[in-house]
Design a protein around this ligand. Structure first.
Ligand code: HEM
Length: 141
């Protein structure tokens, strides 16, 4: 364990197949979700490209690969009407996914990163879209 209590990302920890399974299982849930599903369907034009993008993202986070090219913050800031409940729902489905994978190391590592990034994205979203409102915290515990 390093200082931040996350393992250092490494290709030795998980396989690309693990990452692909994580992304596909999560999206199978998210696309069926009454709150999140319509948002993804409205904003993702090319699902194959989105899956590649998300696999590259999670591979970078968990395995330390460097294929990901993207800008998550501006992409999320541009989505209309996100709120804390949607981010909390996203985290719930993500945690359900990692639990089902039956790999406690991956579960803990991926959940910690997801909570950290969700908190940052939601904070950035509010600062940009609702500059005059008080910040609403995300419940990530
Ligand atoms: C309310 C919760 C969320 C919703 C509704 C949401 C929705 C979306 C949508 C619609 C896109 C595609 C945007 C586009 O291509 O224009 C996207 C991209 C993405 N999302 Fe989310 N997202 C959420 C939370 C998260 C969280 C918590 C993470 C990370 C832990 C995340 C990681 C990403 C990444 C890496 C991309 C690709 C960004 C890029 O192409 O530059 N999202 N998301």
């Amino acid at each position: 364990m390093n200082q931040s209590a996350f393992p250092i990302p490494s290709p030795d920890l998980y396989s690309e197949e693990d990452i692909a399974q994580l992304v596909h299982t999560f999206y199978a849930k998210a696309r069926k979700d009454p709150g999140l599903g319509p948002i993804f369907e409205a904003h993702v034009q090319d699902w194959d490209a989105h899956f590649v993008q998300m696999i590259n993202f999670w591979s970078a986070q968990l395995r330390g690969t460097s294929r990901f090219r993207g800008a998550p913050m501006p992409k999320h800031i541009a989505l209309p009407e996100l709120n804390a409940e949607l981010f909390e729902r996203w985290l719930f489905l993500f945690r359900e996914t990692t639990e089902e994978m039956g790999n406690p190391g991956l579960q803990q590592h991926a959940n910690a990163i997801a909570a950290f990034i969700a908190t940052r994205l939601w904070q950035g979203y509010q600062i940009n879209n609702y500059p005059d409102r008080d910040l609403v915290a995300l419940h990530t515990a």
